[in-house]
Ligand binder design. Structure first.
Ligand SMILES: Cc1cc2nc3c(=O)[nH]c(=O)nc-3n(C[C@H](O)[C@H](O)[C@H](O)COP(=O)(O)OP(=O)(O)OC[C@H]3O[C@@H](n4cnc5c(N)ncnc54)[C@H](O)[C@@H]3O)c2cc1C
Length: 582
């Protein structure tokens, strides 16, 4: 599947006709392709760049119910999300794994301890498991030793989960393809082909060769994420997406050591932010700002976002003296959020929506966690188009069950075996067989095996160096300078497995270096606002707000007391007068 010959053959057969064409190779498109194929539809998915190139490789990687939804009173959505989390944890160990969350409670925090207690109790009840506890400041310190102790009252620990978003997308796609679907990257849905009966197909462009071809289908699905409006506008749909950028900073875990995710309210705006372990590094995120750059360009973190996230680190871990020199890399993604025109981006709803315009079905919004539910909703919306389609079975596994034994890997460490099975599903066995001598060793400083690079280059539709280092593996994010130290080995693998010439390697290398510098590194330090000053100002504002609240409370208490005294005096006088009259 997805080797060198596959691309040519797929392009030759791309015209169809298909039952369904899905435009967009993120988790939403992948989920729809998976569920449609499961029901017997003959489906094609096209992705304009690489699979998961969009938001689905740039999320916070949490598979979670979302306490935020609970706060907004969306009980059903939270319940559905925690159910999906539980199912994914059960079916995809090694790809979706438990992650403990620590939530700090500081003096004068709002919401405070009891509001969190109620929220977490409901969260656990919805998941039908008890997985949270409150710890005193002293005990909490043992769970998060470097955390700021200043005014710490204690904190909660609760359970959620995390994944590798790009690998999750790829596993879902590959399982759809193994089941009969077709998926191809670097093919853009250029223009919709519409007749009087509505949208009937798409004009496609092969982004690598520039060739064009028409493809026809009974139904075209627009799962283009933040790019959804571009396609909808071709058939008269109105623009609905408010692109919101979220960015992250990545630090070495020895510099910012956390064993579990730390969740706290950012001192600037009281938004929840996370500092969490992932792939032997520590991630800090996320921001939530309007993305006004062109969607044609790869999103990058802005200087203001760097200052915002550095301030979060300084606020929570002041004793570690973390500086810009500690940052390994950065990344930014764009949320496809449905606009309601609210001033504060964080108040926009994260729900998914399905629109139909002249037979084009567009689906956007939602979360990585709920990708299967989104796919099932889309299939439900298509019932009139496919009246004979069987009802989707909600009890089907999301991911194919995999044989737990890896033949020939008797001596392999359990964590490594679990990781390979989770990420590669049934292909894990072939990955191990394809490994050259010494390639079952880990790449220093990471959990990756050298064999994963060879397998991806050989069989996972890698077209550019960035596909291999930023999405099939995440080595370009978690190793310094985009993984510069391993590039000599990567070169040998690419030359052998993808038949690249030395010239082609050189071109790929230059493009990769440019991308890492412009979109996965820090902006120039001089452009980054002084976050410590901003933090000090925020702290001053917070203190004066607390003082004001105290002053207001004292004033109110004094007025109340004065009122009480006055009532007693007046009451006494009236009582005396009454007695005299009597
Ligand atoms: C910073 C951030 C953090 C997040 N954290 C979490 C989290 O922790 N947990 C969670 O559950 N969710 C999270 N989310 C939300 C989640 O990442 C998104 O909801 C999800 O990835 C959206 O997937 P998608 O497939 O709809 O969009 P995308 O992944 O963007 O996929 C759309 C794809 O369509 C392609 N495309 C566009 N136009 C065309 C065309 N004309 N032809 C062909 N292809 C096209 C694009 O290239 C793109 O790859 C986060 C989002 C952000 C931004």
């Amino acid at each position: 599947m997805w080797n060198n010959e596959w691309r040519k053959k797929t392009w030759q057969e791309i015209a169809g006709p298909w039952d369904m064409i899905v435009i967009g190779g993120g988790i939403t498109g992948a989920g729809i392709l998976r569920e449609a194929t499961r029901l017997g539809l003959h489906a094609l998915l096209v992705e304009q760049r690489d699979f998961a190139w969009g938001t689905s490789s740039r999320s916070s990687k949490l598979v979670h119910g979302g306490l935020r939804y609970l706060k907004e009173g969306k009980l059903i959505l939270t319940r559905d999300s925690v159910h999906e989390r539980e199912q994914l944890l059960h079916e995809g160990p090694g790809l979706i794994d438990p992650l403990g969350f620590l939530m700090t409670v500081y003096k004068n925090d709002s919401p405070g301890r009891w509001a969190y207690e109620v929220g977490l109790t409901v969260y656990d009840l919805l998941a039908l498991r008890w997985d949270h506890a409150y710890y005193s400041a002293q005990d909490f310190k043992l769970l998060a030793p470097y955390i700021s102790q200043n005014e710490l009252k204690g904190g909660f620990r609760f359970g959620d989960a995390q994944t590798d978003d790009a690998r999750l997308t790829l596993r879902v796609l590959r399982e759809a393809v193994a089941d009969g679907a077709t998926a191809i990257n670097y093919v853009k849905g250029e223009r919709l082909i519409a007749t009087e009966q509505g949208v009937k197909g798409v004009l496609l462009t092969d982004q690598l060769l520039g060739d064009q071809a028409e493809a026809y289908a009974q139904v075209v699905i627009n799962a283009a994420g933040a790019w959804t409006d571009t396609l909808r506008e071709q058939v008269g749909g109105s623009a609905q997406i408010r692109p919101l950028r979220g960015s992250h900073l990545i630090f070495p875990n020895w510099r910012l050591p956390v064993a579990q995710a730390i969740s706290f309210l950012h001192p600037f705006d009281q938004r929840p932010v996370f500092i969490f372990p992932w792939e032997k590094v520590t991630l800090v995120g996320t921001t939530d700002v309007d993305h006004t750059d062109s969607l044609e360009r790869e999103p990058c973190i802005s200087p203001n976002e760097v200052a915002y996230l550095m301030a979060a680190v300084e606020y929570q871990f002041p004793s570690l003296s973390i500086g810009l020199e500690d940052v390994i890399s950065t990344y930014a993604g764009v949320r496809p959020v449905i606009s309601s025109g609210r001033a504060n981006p964080s108040e926009e709803s994260r729900d998914h929506v399905i629109w139909e315009d002249q037979g084009l079905y567009s689906v956007t919004g939602g979360k990585l966690t709920t990708f299967r539910l989104i796919a099932l909703d889309v299939l439900k919306a298509l019932q009139s188009r496919f009246p004979d389609l069987p009802e989707p079975d909600h009890d089907m596994p999301v991911l194919n069950p995999v044989d737990q034994a890896l033949p020939g890997c008797g001596e392999m460490r359990e964590t490594c075996r679990r990781r390979l099975l989770g990420r590669y599903g049934v292909d894990a066995i072939r990955l191990v067989k394809a490994a050259h001598a010494g390639e079952m060793e880990s790449i220093p400083g990471t959990d990756y095996l050298w064999a994963e690079l060879r397998w991806a280059a050989q069989s996972e539709a890698v077209c550019h160096l960035e596909d291999l280092l930023l999405r099939r593996t995440r080595l370009g994010l978690i190793l310094p300078h985009g993984g510069e130290s391993i590039l000599p080995v990567v070169k040998q693998i690419c030359l052998k497995e993808m038949s690249w010439s030395t010239d082609q390697w050189q071109k790929e290398l230059e493009a990769y270096h440019q991308l890492i510098t412009s979109c996965y590194s820090l902006p120039t330090p001089a452009s980054i606002p002084a976050w410590k000053t901003l933090l000090a100002e925020a702290e001053k504002r917070r203190k004066s707000a607390i003082q004001e609240t105290h002053a207001r409370k004292t004033q109110r208490s004094m007025l109340l007391a004065a009122g009480l005294v006055a009532s007693v005096i007046i009451g006494t006088i009236l009582w005396k007068n009454y007695r005299q009259v009597e």
